[in-house]
Design a protein. Structure first.
Length: 725
């Protein structure tokens, strides 16, 4: 007898879901494959379908899609915005049994280059067109630096690699230009020669810039210049390898104010961040200003080598002093100290460029000449070439941009930039010329439209408001150049006004050409202001009248002006420079300063300066800010007055303060008086306290307008006559 055994397969509910990969890098395009789903221990022949379902853990379902058994992205993820995403997935077998599971998808960080890139437009040119030359610096920029590198040369060259190179973040905007200027001033003055690392805290910082061995022993305090304004930005965080300025705390451990302490107390001391200290140093005392970053791994190695030097407690001033090859009980020599024999600054290009691809060099030969890209169109060749450029910064970070060059047998069509003076009222046309490279036997047409994209400032009529008046009339249409002609014109009406404002720009874009190819599809229209100039004031030899008007509120006497103009010559006098400090000390300690400001408290001093310079009280925020700095002795009255004057600007809208106009008119009126003092009797009469009062009374009414020469001469003659009686 035989026995037949039948195998019965029992269908079981799926009890788990596996995903082959649960990570996705940030910035990937939509539709990127993340991973594939599977069910562990599934029977052979089982068929499963996967779907996203609502429920606990499904908050981010809409950011993903499932295709068959593949999980794909349905969004572009940003690691800095959110590091994880949650989805709820259901697996269903062929019999309708299902299982659900919550899965976490991790967004991984991509180290992003900080290089800013403006895409290069595609080129459409006729065959045999002349070469095109592009300045690549107008398309690419590292916004932190202009290419300044500080070299910290160690006296002991065996310590690490013997030097640390630091890229300085000196560019206006994303950098810390005032802090870098302050740092470089100490270098230029020779104060950092033989400076030492006097404080080393493991896994935290190494600090220097406070002491030197110039007259060792003992260590010498490095003389400090006035403190620099805090330029902390979260865009320049205190991460590993950055250099930042040391500061004095605002309060002590008991909460009592520390004289001279606070966010704006940095002078000469700096430190290197050994680790990422952003959670700490970015959030105390106004944030510590990172103004540079070590250049390479070799420089990091030297920084770490310094940090590994054994530290000793050398007294209250040096509780964490690193000493090289020191034997306890012996005297400390200069060679035991971690000493920089020199710190210097050099200038290099902040970006270098390379051509990484040219798909058709028979059409166009692309080459680099420094920071210029040359497109050399090959004779008689028609076709396309895709060119890829790479811009690399000093840290080796890079970005690439690809654009297409198309050569054609059709003529080129281009439009040129134009400039016009604004006018005070009415409208007048700014005429743009559109030009063909050669005469066509057929009419050529092209669409045009005005616009104010990012980076341009002119207000078009279609978005103007009562407080933001129009600068030009929005224009668009089609330009047709008749057969046999080379050029056509596009007119854009410019609207005049009397507002004191900076020059403004807009663009005219060309598109959809018929019968030609666009070699240049955009022109910039510049509306030059023709009211009071709005360039900021600059203090040099020849413009010292600024200081007399800003601080004393009067015209400078000819002797004083001649002296300071000779001292400064053609150099620009900037905050913290020796010339600036000499001027500030002279103005701030004289008897006239005591007569004018001696009886005033700091709040009254701020008000006095604003009224002398701008004929108005300060805004509340500025009033509080400057009073606070004066109260904490972080700025002197004359430094404050000069800073306010040199930073004067005009508002762009009706009703805004016009500080730059007011002080310019006062300076122009003061110059008239100063230049008119040209006889011994006039010089004698205009010396002493009575002249101070006369000068301030003379300048007080001027601001909206300036004085005439006749009025100045009459006022001076009257004063001299009355003084001589």
């Amino acid at each position: 007898m035989s026995t037949q055994q039948n195998e019965i397969t029992v269908n079981q509910t799926p009890n788990d879901i596996l995903l082959s990969n649960s990570n996705i890098s940030e910035n990937q395009a939509r539709g990127a494959l993340i991973g594939t789903f599977s069910v562990p221990g599934a029977n052979s022949g089982s068929v499963f379908t996967y779907s996203l379902v609502s429920g606990d853990g499904g908050a981010d379902n809409n950011l993903f899609t499932i295709s068959n058994n593949q999980l794909r992205s349905n969004s572009i993820f940003d690691y800095e915005a959110q590091k994880t995403r949650s989805i709820r997935v259901r697996v269903t077998d062929q019999n309708g049994l299902f299982y659900e599971k919550t899965l976490t998808i991790n967004v991984t960080n991509i180290v992003e280059s900080l290089i800013q890139a403006t895409p290069i437009n595609d080129f459409f040119v006729s065959a045999d067109a002349p070469d095109t030359q592009l300045n690549l610096k107008t398309y690419f920029d590292d916004p932190r630096t202009t290419g300044k590198i500080a070299r910290f040369q160690l006296a002991n060259s065996t310590l690490g690699n013997g030097e640390i190179n630091v890229v300085l973040f000196d560019q206006v905007g994303s950098g810390a230009p005032l802090t870098v200027q302050n740092f470089q001033t100490y270098i230029d003055q020779g104060r950092y020669t033989n400076t030492i690392i006097h404080r080393s805290i493991p896994s935290f910082i190494v600090q220097g810039g406070g002491y030197s061995t110039e007259n060792f022993p003992p260590l010498t305090d490095i003389p400090s210049n006035p403190p620099v304004v805090n330029e902390f930005s979260p865009l320049r965080s205190n991460t590993r390898g950055t250099i930042a300025m040391a500061k004095i705390p605002a309060t002590d451990s008991q909460g009592n104010p520390i004289p001279g302490g606070g966010p704006n107390s940095a002078t000469n001391e700096w430190f290197f961040n050994l680790n990422n200290n952003s959670s700490n140093l970015d959030n105390q005392n106004g944030g510590f200003t990172a103004f540079g970053q070590v250049l390479s791994v070799n420089d990091l190695a030297t920084m770490d080598a310094i940090a590994s030097v054994t530290t000793y407690n050398a007294g209250s001033s040096f509780p964490n002093l690193p000493l090289i090859n020191y034997v306890s009980g012996q005297s400390v020599s200069a060679n035991n100290l971690v000493r920089f024999s020199s710190i210097s600054v050099s200038q290099q290009p902040d970006l270098t460029f390379s051509i990484t691809n040219n798909t058709n060099p028979l059409v166009v030969n692309a080459r680099l000449e420094g920071q210029q890209l040359i497109l050399d169109y090959q004779p008689g060749q028609i076709g396309n070439a895709d060119i890829t450029l790479r811009a690399t910064n000093l840290f080796g970070e890079f970005v690439e941009d690809t654009f297409r060059v198309t050569t054609s047998s059709l003529p080129n069509l281009s439009i040129q930039d134009k400039t016009i003076r604004e006018g005070n009222n009415g409208t007048k046309n700014l005429t743009f010329t559109v030009t063909l490279s050669q005469v066509s036997t057929q009419p050529v047409s092209v669409n045009f439209a005005t616009a104010t994209p990012t980076g341009h400032t002119a207000t078009p009529s279609n978005i103007a408001t009562p407080t933001n008046s129009a600068d030009y009339t929005t224009s668009q249409g089609t330009l047709t150049i008749p057969a046999g002609q080379l050029t056509g014109q596009i007119n854009v009406p410019i609207i005049g006004d009397t507002l004191d404002e900076n020059s403004e720009t807009f663009v005219v874009n060309l598109s959809n050409p018929v019968g030609a190819v666009l070699s240049n599809n955009q022109a910039v229209g510049t509306i030059e202001q023709d009211d009071t100039p709005t360039n900021p004031l600059v203090l040099t030899g020849g413009t010292v009248q600024i200081a007399y008007v800003a601080y004393y509120g009067r015209p400078g006497d000819p002797g004083g002006l001649a002296f300071w103009n000779q001292v400064f010559g053609s150099q620009q006098v900037v905050f913290g420079s020796p010339g600036f400090e000499t001027l500030a000390n002279s103005f701030g300690t004289g008897s006239e300063a005591d007569r004018l400001y001696g009886a005033l408290n700091n709040r009254e001093k701020v008000r006095k300066v604003y009224n002398l310079a701008f004929n108005r009280d300060p805004e509340q925020g500025g009033w509080d800010f400057w009073t606070g700095l004066l109260d904490r002795n972080q700025v002197t009255p004359v430094n404050f007055a000069l800073a306010v004057a040199l930073g004067a600007s005009n508002g762009n809208k009706p009703g805004d303060n016009q500080d730059l106009t007011v002080i310019r008119n006062k300076i122009a009126s003061a110059d008239l008086i100063s230049n008119a003092i040209d006889t011994p009797l006039e010089r004698q009469a205009t010396s002493g306290p009575s002249n101070e009062v006369f000068g301030r009374n003379w300048l007080a009414p001027f601001g909206d307008t300036s004085a005439s020469l006749y009025a100045a001469e009459m006022a001076l003659a009257s004063f001299v006559n009355n003084t001589s009686l």
